[in-house]
Design a protein around this ligand. Structure first.
Ligand SMILES: C[S@@+](CC[C@H](N)C(=O)[O-])C[C@H]1O[C@@H](n2cnc3c(N)ncnc32)[C@H](O)[C@@H]1O
Length: 297
């Protein structure tokens, strides 16, 4: 495997946002290769970190990267959504960070199948123990279900037509790789590169990735359940990369803040924080990032 590095986004904003001025335990629910975790541990020398990551390959990388912080880090291969139920001792947690989606480490590895820019299998699993791959979804789901996935998770206008073409393509063996899928999408959408226009395969790959990894389910429940682990005034910082996820975070924070009986959190970001022009110029993958922060009351 090649070894691209992942550049963490909005690092200073996360550090500032989470800093309640009190040392304690921080949780990184989407550890990746450990970029935000390392920054947090460096910025808070008297704090420790619990890190969760479903992808064993990313976790291995994070283990190496965070070796310098031995004694202050506990890492688990786990879905962040299982965090509140993990059987581990819970000291006062001062902050939680989620940096959702996928990392460059995963995107740039052709064998993971996340990128339409390189030839690879139709995999797209974060958790390699997961039995569902993009190939399975494309070859087993009904036309109606495929159309729904392309429409709801990819916001693709040609969702029904693409679903129909997938059903024909899968009858032979014409839909085995990322580039075969890309070509099919380009044909269906009559793709002509145009400045400022998103490639339709980006939408389709996003949609399949969301479905394979069941990315949207349980995010709202997590934000609510994790509150009981947090010390008063502890903070939750969530970075999202598309509007479907951002909407869930925004609505969940609003619900928790505006509870009919009792407010459980205070929202610290009326509008989401976005990367500076400098960060956007330096890291093209930061473009769509949005950070929202809430504080437990
Ligand atoms: C954007 S990357 C995080 C990068 C990390 N902040 C860093 O600086 O290296 C998102 C990571 O979350 C992981 N992930 C996605 N869904 C997850 C889940 N439900 N539970 C735990 N980890 C998840 C992915 O495997 C990926 O490594």
């Amino acid at each position: 495997m090649n070894t691209p590095t992942h550049v963490p986004v909005l690092v200073q904003e996360v550090l500032r946002g989470l800093d309640a001025g009190v040392p304690g335990v921080y949780i990184d629910g989407t550890l990746g290769t450990g970029g935000h975790a390392a920054a947090l541990l460096e910025a808070h020398p008297r704090s420790s970190l619990i890190g969760l990551e479903v992808d064993e390959l990313s976790l291995e990388r994070a283990l190496t990267r965070l070796a310098a912080f031995e004694g202050r880090v506990s890492l688990y291969q786990s879905d962040y959504r299982n965090l509140p139920d993990l059987d581990i001792p819970w000291p006062d947690v001062r902050g939680v960070v989620l940096d959702l989606g996928l990392s460059s480490f995963q995107l740039d590895a052709p064998e993971r199948g996340f990128s339409f820019n390189s030839e690879g299998p139709l995999d797209m699993r974060f958790d390699l123990r997961n039995k569902t791959t993009a190939h399975k979804i494309l070859h087993k789901h009904s036309e109606a279900r495929l159309a729904q996935i392309f429409r709801e998770f990819g916001e693709l206008r040609q969702a029904r037509l693409l679903a129909r073409r997938v059903i024909s393509a899968r009858k032979g063996d014409g839909l085995q790789t990322t580039t075969q899928l890309r070509r099919l999408v380009e044909e269906v959408c009559r793709w002509r590169p145009q400045k400022g226009k998103v490639h339709p395969a980006a939408k389709v790959f996003q949609a399949l990735r969301i479905e394979v990894n069941n990315e949207l389910d349980g995010l709202d429940g997590f934000l609510e359940r994790v509150l009981r682990l947090l010390a008063p005034r502890a903070r939750m910082a969530v970075i999202t990369f598309h509007s479907l996820e951002d909407r869930i975070v925004k609505r969940t924070f609003l619900r928790l803040a505006g509870g009919e009986e009792k407010s459980l959190v205070r929202i610290l970001t009326k509008k989401p924080v976005t990367p500076s022009a400098d960060e956007r110029a330096a890291n093209s993958r930061s473009h769509s990032a949005k950070l929202r922060i809430a504080e437990k009351i």
